[in-house]
Design a protein around this ligand. Structure first.
Ligand code: SF4
Length: 292
C-alpha cells in the first residue's frame, strides 16, 4: 500500500511542500487510528448466502486487501473485525458471541445483509435472531439481500471513517480506551428459546407474575349468560317447554328477561342470542342427564 503522509497532516502547522512526503505533523490518536484502520483483519467465518458475496469481495476482482483488510484470519485471536454475513440462527448466536468475546480489543462488528441487520426474510421465524445488534454492538450495517461486493466494500470504508473519528484521549468514546479491558458480552443461553442473560431479571419477573396470575385457557360464561341460564333453570323445565329455537326462550323466561330483544346493535343482538342458545343447550343436556 502506498504511504500517503498527507492523510496524517491534519494540524494547523504547515509542512513545507518539499517535506510533505517525509514529514507528518499529527496527533497520537490520528496516528494510532491510521495504523489500525489500514490493517483491519476480518475473521474468517460465514453464515449463509451473504458469505458468498463476502468471499467474492475478498477475491481478486474486488480484493479488499487493497483497503488494508488484508487476509482473513481463521482465529478470533488474530482478528479485529467480525463480518456477520448471513442469517443468524438462535443456535449460532451462541458461538458468535463467544467468538466475539475471544477477539482482542479494539474490535468491530459489521452486519452484512438484511438477515444480520434485522432478521431479513426470516424475521420473527422461530429459529432466527432479529438482528445481530440484539447481542453485539454493531458498528456498520450493510443493507441488501445479499449486498453486492461493492456495497460491502463501501461498508468497510465507512468503518474506517468511523475509526478515524475515535480518540484514544476519550475513554467514553469506545470501551477499550477506558481503564482495563471491557466487560465481555454475556453469551446467550440456548434453551427452549434463546435467552439473553442480560434480560434474566425481566424474564424472572415475568415468570413470577405469570405464576401468580389466574389460569388462562378456561373459558367462563359471561355474567349475563349465567343469568339467562339461571332463569332458564328456575322458570320451567326445558323439556316441557321444548322450544323449537331460541325465540322460545321468550316464552320460558319472564317478560323482559330476553336481553337480545333490547339490544340495538345487530352484532350485540347476535352475540346475546348465541350465548342464550348455548345456555339453552346446556340446560337441555342437564335435563336429559336428570331424566336418564
Ligand atoms: S440477507 Fe439475503 S442473501 Fe444474505 S443471508 Fe439473508 S437471505 Fe441470504
Amino acid at each position: 500500500m502506498e504511504l500517503n503522509l498527507q492523510e496524517l497532516n491534519a494540524t494547523e502547522f504547515p509542512v513545507p511542500v518539499e517535506l510533505e512526503d517525509n514529514i507528518a505533523i499529527t496527533s497520537l490518536s490520528q496516528l494510532y487510528n491510521w495504523g489500525r484502520r489500514n490493517s483491519m483483519w476480518p475473521m474468517l467465518f460465514g453464515l449463509a448466502c451473504c458469505a458468498i458475496e463476502m468471499i467474492a469481495t475478498a477475491s481478486s476482482r474486488f480484493d479488499f486487501s487493497r483497503f488494508g483488510f488484508e487476509v482473513m484470519r481463521a482465529t478470533p485471536r488474530q482478528a479485529d473485525l467480525m463480518i456477520v454475513s448471513g442469517t443468524v440462527t438462535k443456535k449460532m448466536v451462541v458461538p458468535i458471541v463467544r467468538l466475539y468475546n475471544q477477539m482482542p480489543e479494539p474490535k468491530y462488528v459489521l452486519a452484512m445483509g438484511a438477515c444480520a441487520s434485522g432478521g431479513g426474510p426470516f424475521k420473527e421465524g422461530y429459529n432466527v435472531v432479529s438482528g445481530m445488534d440484539k447481542y453485539l454492538p454493531v458498528d456498520v450495517y450493510v443493507p441488501g439481500c445479499p449486498p453486492t461486493p461493492q456495497a460491502l466494500l463501501y461498508g468497510m470504508i465507512a468503518l474506517q471513517r468511523k475509526i478515524d473519528g475515535q480518540s484514544i484521549a476519550n475513554g467514553d468514546d469506545v470501551p477499550w480506551y477506558g481503564v482495563g479491558p471491557a466487560e465481555p458480552t454475556p453469551v446467550p443461553v440456548l434453551g427452549p428459546d434463546i435467552i439473553d442473560p442480560r434480560q434474566m431479571d425481566m424474564i424472572r419477573r415475568q415468570a413470577e407474575s405469570a405464576a401468580d396470575a389466574p389460569l388462562l385457557g378456561s373459558r367462563e360464561l359471561p355474567a349475563l349468560t349465567q343469568m339467562v341460564a339461571a332463569k332458564v333453570e328456575t322458570a320451567a323445565p326445558v323439556a316441557e317447554a321444548a322450544p323449537a329455537d331460541v325465540d322460545a326462550l321468550n316464552v320460558v323466561l319472564p317478560a323482559g328477561a330476553a336481553p337480545w330483544a333490547e339490544a340495538e346493535d345487530i352484532r350485540e343482538k347476535r352475540r346475546l342470542r348465541a350465548l342464550a342458545r348455548k345456555a339453552l343447550r346446556a340446560s337441555r343436556r342437564a335435563a336429559q342427564a336428570e331424566g336418564e
